[in-house]
Write a protein that binds this ligand. Sequence first.
Ligand code: G4P
Length: 544
Amino acid sequence: TADIFMTAHPEPAAAEHAVPRSAAQDHFANRRTFAIISHPDAGKTTLTEKLLYASGAIRLAGHVKARGERRRTRSDWMEIEQKRGISVTSSVMTFEQDGITFNLLDTPGHQDFSEDTYRTLTAVDSAIMVIDAARGIESQTLKLFEVCRLRDIPIITFVNKIDREARDPLELIDEIAETLALDVTPAVWPVGMGVDFKGVLDLHEKRMLGADGQPNGLSWENDEELSAHEGWMANPAYAGAVENLELAREALPAFDLESYRAGHLTPIFFGSAIKSVGVAELLAAVSRWAPPPRTQPAEPGPVTPERDQVSGFVFKVQANMDKNHRDRIAFVRLCSGTFKRGMKLKNMRLGKDITVSNPMFFFAQDRETADEAVAGDVVGIPNHGTLSVGDTLTEKDDLKFTGIPNFAPEIIRRVRLSDAMKAKQLGRALTDLAEEGVAQVFRPMIGADWLVGVVGPLQLDVLGSRIEQEYGVEIRFEAANFDSARWVASEDKAELKRFLESNRIRLAEDRYGAPVFLAPSRWELQRTEKDWPKLVFQTTRERG
Ligand code: G4P
């Protein structure tokens, strides 16, 4: 009968505000910097909120989301976000539990923002992949997963919404293993799903959690006891779960930390974000298994977190986080050293020092001055346009972090002004927004109009509405008759010069002055590539 699952539980203790940072915590080994990747609607927002709640960073579940509320505070300025019900901005949330500092980087789920998401993923050491238990792997999950794989980012899988009708756990595991070519191993196993949902088996703590996410009194020492308990086995949901789990264990590898950290194996958690089932267990797994700050690719050589000199890079620039001051914050992922407030850091792109006098940490509900930060931490640096996405900041070393690319835009539009007197404001708006990474901006070598390039159409809406609202400039986008854009480069400088001189009408400069070839069609692009074999036509370009 079902009532064995209905043990009464005390309310979870009301969590106090986040513990203050202590000296013991100020070591990079205590940092877990991660992102949640998912397809829209899989439950990323809900899970984020429940993770914050589980850590005690917020007192009331419902705080992050509270539907309209979240949207009002976080992005009032962006009507598009409200209209379309999607979240298009990235940010960071720092929270702490038991001496571990978690830096959760928010990735926009919508595909038009994959560029932004990609850059955010360059700044994390691990990821949680959220999958809707009824839908399995969806298109956006797959894309984001591929980005993680490129960088060998280890992944913990959370199969969400098992409180609803869902697919069979073994079938889901098969799909994940096959579609992603990844080993899967069970960590938290469902007992019933949908109307039969009874809770989950926490295989690490060897205990069962009821449908409310709290321990329901059942625990075991060794796995045989799971099927030996006659009272429990009389319940079909439980018996079915144990049987499935046994099958899974026979077919699947056991957990192996090295294999997980190399990105070959994903532990899988079944749970319900909305009911807080499996969420605390997920957080515990992040603190137990997820890697502390990893070595970051850079030139002339990779940077390890042990290195004394402070270094970091800007992975995101965000404007208007606080409506009262028109501010602009560069999010820097620290990669080495101990950063202290007031420190001078060199912006390698400009070759200029900046004094970081007002760095900030972003907690669930407030920002706080960051007096000290270590590798893995994310600090926000307010600035007026000196910092841009991809910039490397260092204390003394000459080095540059790599792998934070611009992508060749797939949609190119000409920007037309309604009021020709506003050309200057438009230039300012486009430069600012390009620095934030909202769109790419090109100046044609012939002609006065600006061109903008984006990867997805929604980016154009965001760009247009921000230019209008924030800079008071009315614009429209017109077809530009270009099908694709490629950065042109060559070892052979003379050949490059010849190309640039004979193709001026098809050329533009990006905002760093790098030449970009604009092809009217795929065919034309291919022909040009053939005609100029000594040139390379690149689809991505490192920033800076
Ligand atoms: P996203 O950020 O990944 O886009 O997803 P979000 O958390 O906004 O969740 C999408 C929808 O799925 C929401 O429903 C949310 O309540 C629901 N959901 C999230 N986790 C669970 C879960 O564990 N179980 C069930 N049954 N539902 C879940 P909505 O109807 O769009 O919004 P709301 O009105 O319920 O807030």
